[in-house]
Ligand binder design. Structure first.
Ligand code: NAD
Length: 360
């Protein structure tokens, strides 16, 4: 028999539509259901053609298209988008694209209170969270605010057919990382554990199928389904060491978001594993393995993902600063993180060795 149950679970309302073709067939209906009549569509420059198709599908409810999204939402990029929303007289926003586009939609929502509809094209999971991020003077600030949580999310696996395999793999492991940390978060719950296990199972099954046949609607659908579940876990819980390390590596050292998550995850989990046997057992069942950190590393490496922080361009001389910054911040983690502990995780990830850590 398990320990007595003890948890708090909060559900936030997000309407989710999941269907092939939904980006252009369901978004207008979602906007109408929210009573929105003048929507600004936001996207990045690469995703402008897809966003244009979504904008066209809105008909007269489209008040404009703004393609200024950039990675990590620089504050001046957010300023321009807010100005575009005001100039268009928008009463809502539709963000089409990956975490960067959705991040820009969230920045508009944060500043103006306008409701947001998200149409994601990667597996980042941002669409399911009330977390915003803004970068100013080289530092990324993040925060939680229910106003930035999309009111509706339109998942269309067809949008992800064009996501290149390397990006699909790292974006998918980025999603898995949300579920992994949700399993041992201080605010986890039995419902989160179910979503996390299913999200990890779906994504880990889908990624080899996507790599094998990137045009497969079934494989793409499974991956996006996994991304939805993993993103829901991220939105409902507080992340630990893994996300903090990646935040420092991305924010201070400019490392690419999804690649960094992919390299770091096996090592951060190996560090935490001795303190969270139940989470590890859940992951072992979901991945059908007896060694979860190795299985995660093998999955990514087998599909061609980068295997070390050195490969991503981190310098060995940066490790100590990254470790000090990570240990110096306050965040929930099942194992206490000293600068030495963070350095051990970072060094292993830097070298890309087999993930292995002694018990605490
Ligand atoms: P991204 O949105 O920057 O996209 C990565 C690249 O892929 C871009 O060049 C983009 O144009 C391209 N792309 C996106 N979809 C594509 C498609 N279907 N086909 C072809 N190319 C496509 O990256 P991301 O990994 O989706 O998101 C990362 C950002 O999101 C980071 O800034 C991260 O901090 C943020 N994020 C935030 C949260 C949150 O809860 N707030 C959660 C996860 C990620």
């Amino acid at each position: 028999m398990k320990d007595l149950l003890d948890f708090t679970h909060e559900s936030r309302q997000v309407r989710v539509v999941f269907r092939p073709g939904a980006a252009t067939t369901a978004t207008a209906g979602e906007a109408a259901g929210l009573g929105l009549r003048r929507l600004l569509v936001v996207c990045g420059s690469h995703g402008a053609a897809t966003a244009r198709a979504v904008a066209d599908s809105l008909g007269p409810a489209c008040a404009g298209l703004h393609d200024g999204a950039r990675m990590h939402v620089p504050v001046e990029v957010a300023d321009r988008a807010v100005e575009a929303a005001r100039a268009a007289g928008a009463d809502g926003c539709v963000a089409v694209g990956g975490g960067s586009s959705i991040g820009l939609g969230k920045a508009i929502a944060l500043r103006t209170g306008l409701p947001l509809i998200a149409v994601p094209s990667t597996y980042s999971g941002s669409e399911m969270t009330p977390v915003w991020g803004l970068t100013e003077h080289g530092a990324k600030r993040t925060g939680r605010d229910p106003v930035v949580l999309p009111r509706a999310v339109v998942y269309d696996p067809e949008l992800t057919l064009s996501l290149p395999v390397p990006l699909s793999v790292t974006s998918g492991v980025n999603a898995i990382a949300h579920a992994v940390e949700a399993l041992y978060a201080p605010d986890t719950s039995p419902l989160i554990a179910l979503m996390a296990a299913e999200g990890v199972r779906a994504m880990a099954t889908a990624l080899p199928a996507v790599a094998d046949a990137p045009d497969s609607p079934a494989a793409r659908g499974q991956a996006l389904y996994g991304a939805w579940l993993c993103g829901s876990c991220l939105g409902a819980t507080t992340m630990g060491l893994h996300h903090k390390l990646c935040h420092v590596l991305g924010g201070t050292f400019g490392l690419p978001h999804a690649d960094t998550h992919t390299v770091v995850l096996p090592y951060a989990l190996a560090f935490n594993a001795p303190a969270v046997p139940d989470a590890v057992a859940t992951l072992a069942r979901a991945l059908d393995t007896t060694d979860v950190p190795r299985a995660l590393r093998d999955l990514a490496v087998r599909l061609g993902a980068p295997r070390s922080l050195a490969e991503l361009g981190l310098k060995e001389t940066d490790l100590t600063q990254a470790a000090t910054e990570t240990a110096g911040q306050a965040y929930a983690n099942p194992r206490a993180v000293t600068a030495d502990g963070a350095l051990a995780v970072l060094r292993a990830a830097y070298e890309g060795v087999e993930p292995e850590f002694p018990a605490p």
